[in-house]
Design a protein around this ligand. Structure first.
Ligand code: ADP
Ligand code: 5GP
Length: 211
C-alpha cells in the first residue's frame, strides 16, 4: 500500500474551500479532512469535531505547550492549529489527507513535508468573494471587512502554490480538484517500485486505498 498524499488547500475566506473539500471527500472515499482546533466561536451550523474542535485560548495554549500541533497560526484575530496525531496514521492507511489552512500554515507544512501538494482556491472576482461572505450570512460586518482586507494579502502568496483553482462554478472547480488528486496519486515518485524500478506485478490503480 502507498502512503497517502498530503494536500494543503488555502483560499481567502469565503472563496469556497470548505465547500469544495467536503464535496471532494463525498466523491472520493480515500480522502480524509484534517480537523483543526480553533479559538474562534462556532458559526451557526458548525459541528464540534467535524468542522473544528472549538477550544478556549487557555486549552489552545496547553495543547501548544504539549507539542500537539503540527503547525499553528493566528488568522483573522483567532488561533488555529493542526493536530499532529491523525495525519500520519491516516496517511499510513493510504488516505489522502487535506489540510484546510491559511498561507502561513501552508509554508510551515511545506517545510516539514517537501512532497505535499499546495492548492490555492481563488474566487472568480473580489466582488464575488464579498457576495459569498455576505450570502453565507454567518459573520458580522467587522469580521467580513477584516476577511476581505486579508484576502488581498493571501492572494499575493499564489506563486508559492503548486495549483490554482478558480471556484467560479462549484461543479467545475470540484472537477479540477478531482483531477489534481488523481494526477498526484499517479505520480511515479509516489508509487512503490520494485528494486528493478518496475511497479509490482498486479499493481493496483492509484487513487483508492487498497486492502
Ligand atoms: P471558505 O471555506 O473558503 O471560507 P465556504 O466554503 O464557507 O468558504 O463558502 C463561502 C460561501 O460561498 C458559502 O455560502 C458557499 O455555499 C458559497 N460558495 C462556495 N462555492 C461557491 C460557488 N462556486 N458559487 C457560488 N457560491 C459558492
Ligand atoms: P474560518 O474561520 O473561516 O473557518 O478560517 C479562517 C482561516 O483559518 C482560513 O484561512 C483557514 O484556512 C485557516 N485555518 C483553519 N484551520 C487552520 C489551521 O489549523 N492552521 C492554520 N494555519 N490555518 C487554519
Amino acid at each position: 500500500m502507498s502512503i497517502g498524499t498530503l494536500f494543503v488547500l488555502s483560499a481567502p475566506s469565503g472563496a469556497g474551500k470548505s465547500t469544495l473539500c467536503h464535496a471532494l471527500a463525498q466523491r472520493r472515499g480515500d480522502v480524509r479532512l484534517s480537523v483543526s482546533c480553533t479559538t474562534r466561536p462556532p458559526r451557526e451550523g458548525e459541528r464540534e469535531g467535524v468542522d473544528y474542535y472549538f477550544v478556549t485560548e487557555s486549552d489552545f495554549g496547553k495543547k501548544l505547550d504539549r507539542g500537539e500541533f503540527l503547525e499553528w497560526a493566528q488568522v483573522h484575530g483567532h488561533l488555529y492549529g493542526t493536530p499532529k496525531g491523525p495525519i500520519e496514521s491516516l496517511r499510513a492507511q493510504g488516505y489522502h489527507v487535506f489540510l484546510n489552512i491559511d498561507t502561513v500554515g501552508a509554508r510551515s507544512i511545506k517545510k516539514m513535508f517537501y512532497d505535499c501538494v499546495l492548492i490555492f482556491v481563488a474566487p472568480p472576482s473580489w466582488k464575488a468573494l464579498e457576495e459569498r461572505l455576505r450570502r453565507r450570512n454567518k459573520d458580522d460586518e467587522a469580521t467580513i471587512q477584516r476577511r476581505l482586507a486579508n484576502a488581498h494579502r493571501e492572494a499575493a502568496q499564489v506563486p508559492f502554490y503548486d495549483y490554482l483553482l478558480v471556484n467560479d462554478r462549484l461543479e467545475r472547480a470540484l472537477d479540477d480538484l478531482m483531477s489534481v488528486v488523481q494526477a498526484e496519486s499517479c505520480r511515479v515518485r509516489r508509487l512503490h517500485l520494485e528494486p528493478d524500478g518496475l511497479p509490482k506485478l498486479g499493481f493496483e490503480r492509484g487513487g483508492e486505498p487498497r486492502d
